[in-house]
Design a protein around this ligand. Structure first.
Ligand code: UT7
Length: 326
């Protein structure tokens, strides 16, 4: 077991709510189609002046406050995002600037919707190595600024938000019982943003063709998501040496209710063990798991000693799962 305790969590969600009926006025879609295919009813949208680091900084401050740590006492800040404020420096650096803090390593992880679990794995290893004793793993996205609002197949799916977890060494009982992470870059073209990098720098042509927005083969993503999340979740449950009955909660990446339910069925867990927030926030990519953890803790659905399984899947394709004893 990797000794680790999450002693504070926080979330930040923009105030503006975009409902399915709002979307009916923007593209040819319906509340019924979105609800049946995805389970999403509404999502939050950041205003023009808000970037990913603003949401992450807010979530980080809340997590630190809950854990009784000042942000400038942190030994490391790891931010998972696919929608950074700028190509460089990392969004984590803009978080530091916003909070007026320095003197700790702060960097981003680009692993799509699996990003928060990648960040948590990195933080757990920093703590295990003695490199850090107080570190934040965060996930934040402003997906609304990289979505093509004329493409009904993608624009209805995503939302904005951020979540953060303050991690310290475990108390002897709590920690990561088992974890796994992986990536198959051969599948990268199935979900990506073609333009804006060095392969296809932004130009008038890329802007005209909307190549700086999300491009996705939805059906392929769906299939791989269910397979990799359930396979990796089953692996960590097996390696954690716990019974399915002992698991208090499964928190999957919140992309779509059908993906989540199919994953749950393959892990052979009853529906009441799955925690879901996708109906109110949509797919916030790297932010879905830390926001869900924060809400589940607030509602008393996660208590000290509980075993919780986290599982995610994303662009890359990446995947990751972890079984934690809280
Ligand atoms: O974190 C990972 C990020 N990615 C995801 O989570 C996406 C995973 N994929 C999915 O969730 C599903 O593939 C979608 C929800 C995106 C699509 O559901 P689907 O059951 O795979 O639908 P489809 O793509 O096969 O499209 C079915 C029909 C098509 O019409 P035709 O060709 O059958 O006439 C689409 O044009 O639904 C149409 N359609 C829509 N209709 C109304 C696609 N988007 C919409 C829409 N409203 N928003």
């Amino acid at each position: 077991m990797k000794s680790l305790k999450i002693v504070g969590t926080g979330r930040s969600l923009p105030e503006k709510v975009l409902t399915n009926s709002d979307l009916e006025k923007m593209v040819e879609t319906s509340d019924q189609w979105i609800t049946e295919r995805t389970g999403i009813k509404e999502r939050r949208i950041a205003d023009e002046d808000t970037a990913t680091s603003d949401l992450v900084a807010d979530a980080l401050v809340k997590a630190c406050r809950q854990g009784g740590v000042e942000p400038d006492e942190l030994d490391a800040i790891v931010v998972a995002t696919s929608t950074p404020d700028t190509v460089y420096p990392a969004t984590a650096c803009w978080v530091q600037k916003k909070l007026g803090i320095s003197n700790m390593p702060a960097f981003d992880v680009s692993a799509g919707c699996s990003g928060f679990l990648f960040a948590l794995e990195i933080v757990a290893n920093l703590i295990a190595a003695g490199t850090a004793t107080k570190a934040v793993a965060a996930g934040g996205e402003v997906m609304s600024k990289v979505v093509n609002w004329q493409d009904r197949a993608t624009c209805v799916l995503f939302g904005d938000g951020a979540g953060a977890a303050l991690c310290v060494p475990g108390d002897g009982r709590s920690g990561i019982l088992s974890s796994t992470w992986g990536c198959d870059g051969n599948l990268a073209p199935l979900l990506y943003q073609p333009a804006g990098g060095t392969r296809m720098p932004t130009s008038q042509k890329t802007l005209d063709r909307m190549l700086h927005t999300v491009h996705m083969e939805g059906n392929q993503v769906f299939k791989h998501a269910v397979r990799t999340m359930s396979d990796s979740a089953r692996k960590v449950v097996r390696e954690a040496g716990v019974d399915i009955g002992e698991i208090r909660l499964l928190i999957p990446h919140q992309a779509n209710t059908r993906i989540m339910e199919a994953t749950l069925a393959r892990v052979k867990m009853p529906p009441e063990k799955m925690y879901s927030i996708v109906h109110k926030y949509g797919n916030m990519s790297a932010a879905t798991i830390p926001v869900a953890i924060d809400e589940a803790r607030e509602e008393g659905r996660i208590k000290d000693g509980d075993v919780v399984v986290l599982t995610a899947f994303g662009t890359g394709f990446t995947w990751a799962s972890a079984a934690l004893r809280w």
